[in-house]
Ligand binder design. Structure first.
Ligand code: PAF
Length: 282
């Protein structure tokens, strides 16, 4: 596996690969990899001839009070994990290379960021859309794979790619869970044993909501109320949002008479966890 550390070198290698007719598949990450990332890497492996993974903890998607400085990092562990998966190139740019002095260009979407995580993290999707655009211009992928645990991020990127005529296929990977149901996330590393137990309430609440819908309940406000009560009953939880909404526009849904996205964000201690599920009558 080749490590490339600068945007310039990555662009040269990507261009040469394209000239040779190779298909580039790409998984952008912020490192501290887990099985969820590896499942995306395995999907991407099948979708191209040159598989690129990037590790870049993107400063522009963190607000000043968020965890940019303490975000978990372990390069050697990440390197070993992706090397085993047969990744061809690990791209690890430095912040100064991505955001050189005088940097002033950002990508904004008008509607999708005004829901769910975008409400309590107003700078987040601007940072994500900007860095993903830059990474796409540098890595020049034909296909890029993103996890659907970050469902809103997946929609934002798919919309951005469509709106800006980027010639890239965006593929979504399903959420990978720990055996007890906790959605895998690099931030799970912050949780103490008791917080981790409280963290399970997100998945449990989603499963209970799905059961409620299967039993014929269609009133979204009832399910949201019950979910909030359930999560609130766990120590150290502080709900950011519990929403049932349209899986494409993220506009709220009041009556569940078609597939609906249920999405949650909950702080457990000081760690913000998110999870989601498509509720379906079956
Ligand atoms: O999901 C992530 O890890 C990040 O938001 C991404 C897409 C790599 C952009 O920094």
């Amino acid at each position: 596996m080749k490590i490339i550390e600068t945007a310039g070198d990555m662009q040269v290698v990507a261009e040469q690969a394209r000239l040779k007719g190779k298909k580039i598949s790409f998984v952008p990450t912020m490192g501290y990899l887990h099985e969820g990332h590896l499942s995306l890497v395995r999907m991407a492996r099948k979708l191209g001839d040159l598989l690129v993974v990037s590790i870049f903890v993107n400063p522009s998607q963190f607000a000043p009070h968020e965890d940019f400085e303490t975000y978990p990092r372990n390069f050697q562990r990440d390197f070993d994990m992706v090397e085993k998966e047969g990744v061809d190139i690990l791209f690890t740019p430095k912040p100064d290379d991505i955001y050189p002095e005088g940097y002033q260009t950002y990508v904004n979407l008008e509607k999708l960021p005004n829901h769910l995580c975008g409400i309590s993290r107003p700078a987040f999707f601007r940072g994500v859309a900007t860095v993903v655009t830059k990474l796409f211009n540098i890595v020049k992928p034909h296909t890029a794979v993103f996890g659907k645990k970050d469902y809103q991020q997946f929609l934002v990127i798919r919309r951005m790619v469509f709106d800006l005529n980027m010639d890239i296929d965006i593929v979504g990977g399903e959420t990978i869970r720990e055996p007890d149901g906790l959605a895998m996330s690099s931030r799970n590393a912050y949780l103490t044993a008791s917080q981790r137990k409280s963290g399970l309430s997100l998945n449990q609440a989603l499963l209970a909501a799905q059961k409620a819908v299967e039993s014929g309940i269609t009133d979204a406000s009832q399910i949201i109320r019950e979910t909030k009560d359930f999560i609130d009953s766990h120590p150290e939880t502080q709900i950011d949002y519990v929403t049932i909404c349209d899986p494409e526009t993220l506009e709220e849904i009041h009556v569940i008479n078609r597939p609906a996205l249920m999405a949650l964000a909950v702080k457990v201690g000081s760690t913000r966890l998110i999870d989601n599920m498509i509720l379906n009558k079956k």
